[in-house]
Design a protein around this ligand. Structure first.
Ligand code: 5RP
Length: 226
C-alpha cells in the first residue's frame, strides 16, 4: 500500500470510528490536508447520520460542500462531537506539530470546540520527540521581522513561507532547529510573542485518540496509553 492508499484507509476508518458519537443533531469538526480530505470523502457516505460540519479551512469547507455536507460557521454551533484531522508529527503523548498546510490557527480553534480530537496519521508522522518537522507559526504580516528575531532568540531558524497567505490574511514562518525540551512550555512561549497568532504545536490540547496504520490495518492509540 502506498502512502496515499494508507491515508484513504485512515479516512475511511475514521468515518466509521466516529459513527458511535453521531446523532442527527451533532456537528463534526473537520481538519485540513490530504488525510483530512480522505476523511471528508468517506464522511460523505454517512452524511445522513449527522447535522453538519465546521471546517478548519476554506479548502475543506469547499470539499464538504461539493459532497453536499452542510457547512456551518463555528459561531452557529455550540459544540462539536469530534474533531478529525491529520498531523505533520505526533508523539507518544499525542502532542502534535500541525500547520504544514497553513491552517493551524483555525484547526486549533475548531479543535478546541470539540469533545474529542481524533488524529488520523500514517506511520511516517510518528516521532519520539517533536521538532524535526519545521514548526509553522502564523504571524500578523507587520510583525514578520520582530517575530522572526524572537523565534531566533528561542534557538529556531525561521523561514518565511513564500507566496502563502493564510485564510486569516496572515503569513507563516516555518521554524527549524528548535530544541523542544518541554512541548507545552514551547507552545506557550511562542504564543506570547507579540504578533504571533498561533503556532503549530498542539500539546496544551493534543489529540485524544490516534488512528494510525500498522501493517495493513489500523491501530487505535489513546493518550492515556502513552
Ligand atoms: C494542515 C495540517 C495537516 O493536518 C498536516 O499538514 C498533515 O497534512 P497531510 O494529511 O496532508 O499529511 O496541519 O494545516
Amino acid at each position: 500500500m502506498d502512502q496515499e492508499q494508507v491515508k484513504a484507509m485512515l479516512g475511511a476508518y475514521a468515518a466509521h470510528y466516529i459513527d458511535k458519537y453521531l446523532t442527527l443533531e451533532s456537528y463534526v469538526g473537520i481538519g485540513t490536508g490530504s488525510t483530512a480530505n480522505h476523511f471528508i470523502d468517506a464522511l460523505a457516505k454517512v452524511k445522513h447520520r449527522f447535522a453538519g460540519a465546521v471546517a478548519s479551512s476554506n479548502a475543506s469547507a469547499e470539499r464538504l460542500r461539493q459532497h453536499g455536507i452542510s457547512v456551518l460557521e463555528l459561531t452557529q454551533v455550540d459544540e462539536l462531537v469530534v474533531y478529525v484531522d491529520g498531523a505533520d508529527e505526533i508523539d507518544p503523548q499525542l502532542a502534535m506539530i500541525k500547520g504544514g498546510g497553513g491552517a493551524l490557527t483555525r484547526e486549533k480553534i475548531v479543535a478546541s470546540a470539540a469533545q474529542q480530537f481524533i488524529c488520523i496519521a500514517d506511520q511516517s508522522k510518528w516521532v519520539k520527540q517533536l521538532g524535526s518537522f519545521p514548526l509553522p507559526v502564523e504571524v500578523i504580516p507587520m510583525a514578520r521581522s520582530v517575530v522572526g528575531r524572537a523565534l531566533a532568540g528561542l534557538g529556531g531558524k525561521p523561514v518565511y513561507r513564500q507566496g502563502f497567505t493564510t485564510d486569516n490574511g496572515n503569513i507563516i514562518l516555518d521554524v527549524s532547529d528548535l530544541k523542544i525540551a518541554s512541548v507545552t512550555e514551547m507552545e506557550t512561549a511562542i504564543n506570547q510573542i507579540p504578533g504571533v497568532v498561533s503556532n503549530g504545536l498542539f500539546a496544551l490540547q493534543g489529540a485524544d485518540v490516534l488512528l494510525m496504520d500498522k501493517a495493513d490495518s489500523i491501530q487505535e492509540i489513546t493518550a492515556h496509553q502513552a
